[in-house]
Design a binder for this molecule. Structure first.
Ligand code: ZL4
Ligand code: CA
Ligand code: ZN
Length: 396
């Protein structure tokens, strides 16, 4: 057995439960839990599992789920019978109890188990950071950032991220939450609106009339009600379709370096939603695996304890590529992976990568043609300007 400490001396842990993939949101629903199996298959094919500690994630308990959610809501999740989604119910139907049972958040078989497993993985990851047994803890089954205290939203039922951050706050004074999913991380932002111990930063497509959830404008930085210590601690980076690796990396590093400098976090939670990749079924950015991964690389370079969770990602083979590559960054297997650009033949999931059998496909391989970039450099400058001004109100 090879050593489990990476060359740079980071202890990395991987929190995964194969049971998650047995859950189905419905035939044509975009959320496909088997993308987690595909990811795990690639990670194993490259031999990365030898360079980290692997844990079979357990299900979060009722008490753990109610550390954030109301017992009314968790009781309902635990006892509601599975129901086929009526075709005329969409995700915004106000008759739905806790927003459950519409097309976005269907009541599928094993729902409570699925939610508890996702929550358990992220919470285990948090505990490993608290006890300093891990420097980086990875839970690709987590990242469900839209769930509210008493409401399901946007494919998310239990907010594993909030639960994990609450755990981190027992030991760490300040936690920085970073969200690169193409959607706004509204549930996490809202949960910590009234504290200055958590700063949330979300990068997302913003088009309030046409793109879910419609929140996360540049000017929304947390309620500025009187004596709210949490004011100015919500940072939003609204973007348009077509953003490229180069722009995204530049913006990400500019924004995050400023946040770290002012807020001085003791731990980081990075949500790596893979729907910000080019070729996603729901997202329309132009990011390659490399650009997406550069965010993980940058955060790792800050040298702070870090949890990495998943999130969105609706073209399963692209999700698996990105999360495998990012697992390689965390474990320092990046050069091995680059040297073996062709996906190793023995992965049982090889058939999923047949026409583009490389780990790092080019934009032409993914899209044929890159979609138009609707982000001007001038706008990105304005964003940095605004973020810098907000951060004047923030101190450690
Ligand atoms: C689907 O094909 O924008 C759900 C959802 C189910 C199967 C068949 C039902 C067809 C796309 C989405 C009707 C679908 C109607 N099926 C969906 C306002 C909306 C109401 C629901 O990555 N309709 C709601 C949520 C977003 C809305 C995005 C991202 C999660 C995350 C973290 C959540 N909801 C309009 C859409 C389909 C479906 C096809 C869908 N839903 C696309 N975008 C949404 O941030 C995990
Ligand atoms: Ca986001
Ligand atoms: Zn998303």
């Amino acid at each position: 057995e090879l050593g489990i400490t990476t060359p740079k001396g980071y202890d990395v842990s991987f929190h995964y439960n194969p049971e998650m993939e047995r859950h189905h949101f419905g035939q044509t629903h975009p959320m496909k839990p088997w993308r987690l199996t595909l990811t795990k298959g690639l990670v194993t094919a490259y031999g990365m599992h030898y360079t980290m500690k692997n844990y079979t994630a357990r299900a979060a308990t009722y008490d753990e789920l109610t550390s954030f959610h109301t017992s009314d809501y968790v009781d309902f999740l635990a006892t509601v019978a599975p129901q086929p989604t009526p075709l005329d119910l969409d995700g915004t139907n106000s008759d739905l109890k806790f927003n459950l049972g519409g097309s976005d958040c269907p009541l599928f078989e094993g729902l409570y188990n699925y939610c508890s497993l996702s929550g358990g993985a992220s919470l285990d990851a948090a505990r490993k950071l608290c006890t300093k047994q891990s420097d980086i803890a990875i839970a690709w089954g987590g990242g469900l950032h839209h769930a509210k205290r008493s409401e399901a939203s946007g494919f998310c039922y239990v907010n594993d991220i909030v639960i994990a951050i609450l755990q981190l706050l027992r030991v760490h004074k300040r936690v920085l939450y970073i969200d690169i999913d193409v959607h706004h991380g509204d549930g996490v932002e809202e949960a910590f609106f009234s504290t200055d111990r958590v700063m949330t930063v979300s990068f997302h497509k913003y088009d309030p009339m046409n793109f879910f959830p419609g929140t996360g404008a540049l000017e929304d930085n947390g309620p500025k009600s009187e004596h709210n210590p949490g004011a100015h601690h919500a940072i939003n980076v609204p973007l348009n379709d077509g953003i490229t690796d180069e722009q995204y990396k530049w913006l990400f590093e500019n924004v995050i370096s400023r946040c770290v400098e002012k807020f001085k976090p003791e731990a980081i939670v990075l949500q790596c939603g893979a729907d910000s990749l080019a070729g996603d079924r729901l997202g329309k950015f132009n990011l390659l695996v490399q650009g997406h991964g550069s965010c993980v690389e940058y955060c790792k370079g800050l040298g702070l304890p870090m949890i990495i969770v998943g999130g969105g990602g609706y073209t399963p083979k692209n999700v698996a590529r990105a999360w495998a590559y990012e697992t390689a960054i965390a474990t320092n297997n990046q050069s091995n992976v680059a040297a073996t650009a062709e996906i190793p033949l023995h992965t049982p999931y090889r058939k999923n990568f047949e026409y583009d059998s490389v780990l790092l496909p080019s934009i032409e391989q993914i899209l044929g043609d890159a979609r138009q970039n609707r982000n001007t450099q001038k706008r990105l400058q304005e964003i940095i300007q605004h973020v810098t001004e907000q951060l004047r109100f923030v101190s450690a």
